[in-house]
Structures are given as structure tokens and as C-alpha cells.
Design a binder for this molecule. Structure first.
Ligand SMILES: [Zn+2]
Length: 412
């Protein structure tokens, strides 16, 4: 099976449906959409040319990442977005929101324009469902790896200029609601179809409560770069746990968050109020070495991306690692792990995705017994098939390789 081939039937697959697991079923696809899920394989109705024999692999809905900065040296914030779209299916990701970071305002405008051009005419690959603007409307008290010198408080006029540069493609904005007039922008964001998300924020519990009253409904990488929970001042973390209105992003790379804390969040919020995200850096999936991410020097080592001072600089892992971590480290079933990895973000973005059911888009991942993607299908077309794609597709010319880098095989 080669990439970009259109298929109309998958046979001999385990199929994870909202109603439960079908053991040796078939999926039929017409015009990129699932038309039926059959509990049995009827060979007389199968057109071999367009049939994919899953050979017992497990079909699950494609993963949807609301927080991806890039991978394989491709930076989603700019023309590199095309490479991101092509590479993400390698990891079972079928949709995502291309995520920015904080750069000088004029540079951000320029990059958003470049992203809009790519989204307008995308290459084959994952579906880019819009842009997640992470910065500049963040708090200098909780910068994470971002450059606080370019932070400013959210204003409708400054946001609108960025939204115009993107051709109206910003779907999610991470911001600190406690700063300046940011709070008053929440109803305007919602009215214009943008999801307001608290992130990189030092807000108190009461400030978050006020933002929730105005419609705040999402939290960016919960626990990371936000005021932590104290039992007398619950902070942003306490508010995210407390308010059912908030869907919480969770980075599940196993490095940002301890598995026990992942479990606490998932139990407290419930699976339907958590969106699994990667926060993948443009260096995700790259061999160990020293690289540039815009103005930052990033050290990739042992599955982590860090600045020189040890600050975590995004993830090295993609969303498939997150799904495996939810199963192996947190103890969820695969069926449960797919809710925050696919259904929740699909519903949040209003996509007809996230479920293997008739009427839904044929965005499907075939997982092997170790939960690694073997085949990824986007809109009924094979976007990745293990064996016909290198794990790391390209290395940007600006990259500095360290002499200690290991081979892909050793990285596992
Ligand atoms: Zn991020």
C-alpha cells in the first residue's frame, strides 16, 4: 500500500467504534467518508483494487492535536507548515491546529500570512484545521520557554490584526485573562468563532472564575506555565480542575507531567473534558543534537527538548506517544484513551471526525499490537504506511548536529 492511494474498504480489522470493539470487521468509505462499519467481511462485495487488508491491525479514529509547533525540523509557524502537514500522519495524527509561539508582533503577522498561504493550498497529509495562537498575549510571570520581552496584554484591536493576517484561520487563542483588558475580549472571541484558552497565566482562582463567567472554556497545557494549585489560593490549576466549563489540554509525553498527575486530571475532569496534546516542538522526532527553534537554542536529548537552562522547550514526542502513555502509564483502555486524543478535540473544533461511525470522515489509524501507527488514512486516502516513509524526512540546513547523535533504530 503506497501513500496517497484512495481506498474504499478496509477489511480484517479490529475496529474501535463508540459502541465498542468489533473484532474482525470492515469499514466502507465513499468520498472520504465512512458509510458503514460491518461486523463481518463479505468477500463478494470487495473490489480488490481499493481494498486495504488490515491483517488484524486495530482501526481507531485519527488523532487530533490542538497543540503542535512542528516536527522533523519543520516549523508550523511559517512556510514550514507544509512539511508539518506531510509528516504528522507518520504518528497517526490526521488533524491539528498549527501552533505559533511568541515572536515580535510584526514577525508574527508575517508568519501568519505565510501559514494562511499553506492552509489555502495544502499538500497531501494531515488536515490543518486552523491556527492556535500561543502568544504574544501571555503573562511574563509564566513565560515557559517563550520570550517575555515580546508579550503584551490581549486587546481586540491587536488580536484582530493577527486574525486578518491569518485570513481568519485562528481557531484557538492562548492568553492570560488577568492582564489589561484581556477579560473583555472573551465574548468577542467566542462571537467570532475563536476558542478562548487560558494559558501562560498567573491568574488567581477568582480571576479565572470571572473569565469562566464570560465564556472561558479551554486551558492550554494544564499545569505547565500556569499558577499552580495552593489549598488557600487554588490558582489557575485549581480553577481548571474545578470548572466543568473548561476543557483541559494535557501534554502526555511523559516528561512534562508525572503519570500520577495525568491520572488525577483525567479522573477529576472526566475523559470528555480533557484534550490530549503533544506540544511538539519543530524538533520533535529528531535525533539527539543541538538545534535552533527560531531564536532559541534547543538541546534534544533522551526524548526531551530543553533550553540551555533546563527549561522544557516543547515535546519531542507526538500524539501517538501520548496515547500509549495514557494506556501504559495511566492505565486507561485504548477505547478510553481515544476520547481525549480524538473525540474531544474533534467536537471542540466542530469537525465531523473523532469517531469510527457512518457519516464521519474516514480519518483512520491502523495500530499494531504495541499501539504504533502502521497505516494512517486521511479522508479515505493513505497518508502514511509504515515502510514507505522515513521517520525523519528532512534536516534543515541551519541545523547543528551534535557528534553524539544516535541512529533512528537506537532511538526506538
Ligand atoms: Zn506550545
Amino acid at each position: 500500500m503506497m501513500s496517497a492511494e484512495r481506498i474504499n474498504t478496509i477489511v480484517n480489522a479490529g475496529i474501535v467504534t463508540p459502541e465498542g470493539l468489533i473484532e474482525h470487521g470492515a469499514v466502507t468509505i465513499v468520498d472520504g467518508r465512512i458509510t458503514s462499519i460491518l461486523p463481518e467481511y463479505h468477500p463478494d462485495t470487495i473490489d480488490d483494487q481499493l481494498t486495504l487488508d488490515a491483517q488484524g491491525l486495530t482501526a481507531v479514529p485519527g488523532f487530533i492535536d490542538l497543540h503542535a509547533h512542528g516536527l522533523h525540523g519543520h516549523n508550523a509557524m511559517g512556510t514550514g507548515l507544509a512539511g508539518v502537514i506531510r509528516a504528522l500522519p507518520t504518528y497517526g495524527v490526521t488533524s491539528f491546529t498549527a501552533t505559533t509561539l511568541t515572536l515580535p508582533y510584526d514577525e508574527t503577522l508575517r508568519r501568519l500570512t505565510e501559514m494562511a498561504v499553506v492552509i489555502e493550498n495544502p499538500p497531501e497529509g494531515a488536515n490543518c484545521a486552523g491556527i492556535h495562537l500561543e502568544g504574544p498575549f501571555l503573562s511574563p510571570a509564566r513565560p515557559g520557554m517563550a520570550s517575555a520581552a515580546w508579550f503584551e496584554s490581549l486587546s481586540w484591536q491587536r488580536f484582530s490584526a493577527l486574525q486578518n493576517a491569518s485570513g481568519g484561520r485562528i481557531r484557538l487563542v492562548s492568553f492570560a485573562p488577568e492582564l489589561g483588558g484581556a477579560m473583555e475580549c472573551i465574548p468577542q472571541l467566542i462571537a467570532s468563532g475563536v476558542i478562548p484558552s487560558i494559558g501562560h497565566s498567573d491568574a488567581t482562582f477568582d480571576q479565572v472564575a470571572a473569565a469562566v463567567k464570560l465564556g472561558l472554556s479551554h486551558a492550554t497545557h494544564t499545569f505547565n506555565a500556569m499558577r499552580p494549585l495552593h489549598h488557600r489560593e487554588p490558582g489557575v490549576v485549581g480553577a481548571v480542575l474545578y470548572f466543568d466549563e473548561i476543557t483541559a489540554q494535557l501534554i502526555a509525553d511523559g516528561i512534562h507531567i508525572h503519570p500520577a498527575v495525568m491520572a488525577v486530571l483525567l479522573r477529576t475532569k472526566g475523559l470528555r473534558h480533557v484534550a490530549l496534546v503533544s506540544d511538539a516542538a519543530p524538533l520533535a522526532g529528531m535525533p539527539d543534537g543541538i538545534y535552533k527553534w527560531d531564536d532559541s537554542q534547543v538541546f534534544v536529548q533522551g526524548g526531551a527538548c530543553r533550553l540551555a537552562d533546563g527549561t522544557i522547550a516543547g515535546s519531542h514526542a507526538l500524539l501517538d506517544t501520548g496515547v500509549r502513555n495514557l494506556v501504559r502509564s495511566v492505565g486507561l483502555s485504548l477505547e478510553e484513551a481515544l476520547i481525549p486524543a480524538s473525540r474531544v478535540p474533534a467536537d471542540l473544533l466542530g469537525l465531523r471526525k473523532g469517531r469510527l461511525s457512518p457519516g464521519y470522515d474516514a480519518d483512520i489509524v491502523l495500530l499494531d499490537a504495541d499501539l504504533h501507527p502502521a497505516v494512517t488514512i486521511v479522508g479515505g486516502k493513505v497518508a502514511f504506511s509504515r515502510g514507505d516513509t522515513e521517520r525523519v524526512e528532512s534536516v534543515p540546513t541551519s541545523t547543528v548536529r551534535s557528534p553524539t547523535r544516535r541512529t533512528q533504530e537506537e532511538r526506538g
